[in-house]
Design a protein. Structure first.
Lengths: 323, 328
């Protein structure tokens, strides 16, 4: 009876390992097969470039788009790109990067789980002489070889200009904020700078609203406190969509206009369909991913690369995307 | 019949033929570990390097140390779901103390004292107010996490104290300090559980609480002690984690309680109490580490990794259930 139990367990284990072997070899084999199959002689001389990418999450359309663009670009450049997902756990990201170092990848691309906490992982890679490119989120305390991200300050300024247009260059506006994230701080500063040029526009409230429910509460408070509010700037899609919802339930769709930031599909649809949603500043995760891989490849080939590579955001309005 | 004699034999052979008892207790799980190691070294040329093996133990140290504590809670038939939050809270406490220029050693001692308090709070609610451990620790999971968020405003706190950073990133004679801490705590916990009166009482209480009460064991004091140990282990994990991350992350380690439970159960600890060994838990944690690392080296996409880990845990629980059937 006992033997049987162990036997069954072993069988289960072996079969799950076979499953693992099947799905493990799928990815790299798909990429390796091409050079291997094309004819081994010329490819054998040139060592394949391997890049490890550690991404913050795969549960947000922004990062899915980022990953897809990275994989496309890697394919186009003939690079073997291996992606791991930190699932918003910095400890896992650290382990993933340690495993990349073990594998001896030629470069590491990462979108940090946290700007402060990622220093250890980057130092480790640098100690192993592996170049590091950060994408989307910057690292504090250590300098990666390159950083590719949306120009958030520029995007914030664009948002300010859009707001001025939306409300006819006068009136009270409010900001839904995420005050601890550098990229959002830059956006808000850019927004304020653009608004400062318009003497008739007044910023009456800045409140945090990180998740959609929090942003909804913040927007409701703003509308409640300022009867003549003319506009709300949401730092991200969730904040903007929450503002749109709050305005709708307050019945002020003619009075209050919303400008958003990020521009994932849900927000773009809302711009088309919701009266109060004037426009959204769109980030280009596909561009960030593509240029991240390009920067990494250049660094591996010892070509010169800018330390900071800004990606200019676009605007999605009721007429569609414009640059 | 055979089962009863085997059970008795099991206890006797511990002292009479330690080698045989060892094989009987850990043969299955060690075989499983061996299969995994063989498998991964076959599929990845990097797996069997000394560097990588040290890497695995380093990566596993946080889960393993928490799992040592969890083993105590499971042995008495309890559970502690608050350890993920305790890990985060101890890290943030340390970072805040260091930020306010409290020197390394006092900071560590204060954090450990906080760990004792958190565990005692769990233990008192469970043993004196008779609220089920599951409920108490689900509640304190939220409470401890909330404190970590409040004290840090939800923002990670950077750590610059060099001595503290050595804790997770330094090494002595080529061996990472977290691994040395892991080994030290392994010995301490093993001795507590297998050589002390406290350990024996924990097994008895987990096996049959009523009998333990009639045998004159102060069960509520024992429980408080157990939850203090669980919490202190999580606290130490939290210190190492914060050091490894150069910062305290108030949202760190969420879900680690489940990894700790998985490690303990993989190592043969029964979820219904009365049995479990620290060595088994260590092997269980290493198995989880080997699976994570091996799949990373093989480039298994993350979403598939989740499935594989789930399957492994199912197998472990299956074996656990089988074992129990055998014993009753």
């Amino acid at each position: 009876m006992r033997r049987f139990g162990k036997l069954t367990a072993t069988t289960l284990m072996v079969s799950s390992l076979l499953f693992l072997a099947a799905c493990g070899s799928q990815e790299p084999a798909g990429q390796n097969a091409a050079p291997g199959g094309n004819g081994s002689a010329p490819d054998a001389a040139q060592k394949e470039i391997v890049i490890g990418a550690s991404l913050l999450t795969q549960q947000h359309p922004f990062y899915v788009s980022l990953k897809n663009a990275m994989e496309e670009e890697a394919k186009a450049e003939g690079v073997n790109l291996q992606v791991s997902v930190a699932n918003q756990d910095l400890n896992k990201q650290l382990s993933d990067i340690e495993d990349f170092i073990t594998k001896g990848v030629d470069a590491i691309i990462l979108s940090p789980v946290d700007s402060k906490g990622v220093a250890g992982a980057i130092s480790k890679a640098k100690a192993a002489n592996i170049p590091v490119v950060t994408v989307d989120i910057a690292a504090n305390g250590v300098e990666p070889d390159a950083h590719v991200a949306t120009d958030n300050y520029e995007g914030g300024k664009m948002a300010g200009e859009e707001m001025a247009k939306a409300i006819g260059e006068k009136g009270k506006v409010a900001i839904i904020d995420y005050p601890t994230v550098q990229s959002v701080i830059d956006r808000v500063n850019g927004f304020k700078e653009a608004i400062a040029k318009y003497p008739n526009i007044e910023i009456v409230a800045i409140q945090p609203g990180i998740t959609r429910p929090e942003a909804l509460t913040a927007a409701q408070n703003m509308i409640q406190a300022n009867g003549d509010l003319a506009g709300i700037f949401g730092f991200g899609d969730d904040a903007a969509l929450a503002a749109v919802a709050a305005i709708k339930s307050a019945g002020k769709e003619d009075q209050i206009k919303v400008i958003g930031f990020d521009g994932m599909e849900e927000a773009r649809n809302a711009v088309k369909n919701e009266k109060s949603f004037y426009s959204v500043i769109t980030q280009h995760p596909d561009q960030i991913g593509k240029q991240g891989v390009q920067a990494a490849v250049k660094i591996i080939k010892k070509e010169a690369v800018d330390k900071v590579i800004p990606v200019k955001p676009g605007i999605f309005s009721k007429e569609g995307e414009k640059q | 019949m055979a089962n009863v004699s085997r059970m008795a034999a099991n206890q006797k052979t511990m002292s009479a033929k330690p080698g045989l008892a060892f094989l009987r207790a850990y043969g299955g799980i060690l075989a499983g570990l061996l299969v995994l190691v063989l498998f991964f070294s076959l599929f990845s040329p990097h797996f069997l390097k000394v560097n990588n093996l040290l890497n695995i133990v380093l990566q596993v140290s946080i889960i393993a140390i928490s799992a040592f504590g969890m083993t105590f809670a499971l042995i008495i038939g309890g559970i502690d779901l608050s350890i993920g939050s305790t890990i985060a809270l101890s890290g943030t406490a340390a970072a805040l103390l260091l930020q306010h220029n409290v020197p390394f050693l006092p900071a560590i001692l204060i954090v450990l004292a906080i760990g004792v308090l958190l565990g005692a709070f769990n233990g008192v609610l469970i043993s004196k107010l008779h609220i089920p451990a599951f409920i108490v620790t689900v509640a304190t999971m939220g409470i401890y996490r909330g404190i970590a968020y409040i004290t840090t405003d939800g923002v990670p706190v950077a750590i610059q104290n060099q001595a503290f950073l050595e804790l997770g990133n330094g090494s002595i004679a080529g061996i990472h300090i977290p691994i040395l801490i892991l080994l030290l705590l392994f010995v301490i916990n093993h001795v507590i559980l297998s050589k002390t009166k406290f350990g024996r009482r924990a097994y008895i209480t987990g096996g049959n609480e009523e009998a333990a009460v009639y045998a004159g064991i102060n069960v509520s004091r024992l429980k408080i002690g157990v939850y203090v140990i669980t919490s202190v282990m999580a606290t130490i994990s939290g210190l190492i984690l914060a050091s490894r991350l150069f910062s305290a992350q108030p949202n760190a380690a969420s879900g680690y309680e489940l990894d700790a439970i998985a490690a303990a159960v993989l190592g043969g600890t029964s979820l219904s109490g009365g049995s479990g060994k620290i060595l088994g838990t260590l092997i269980g944690a290493i198995i989880i580490g080997v699976i994570n690392n091996g799949m990373n080296l093989m480039n298994v996409p993350y979403f598939y990794q989740l499935i594989v880990k789930g399957v492994v845990i199912l197998i472990a629980v299956y074996v656990d259930v089988k074992n129990k059937k055998r014993l009753t």
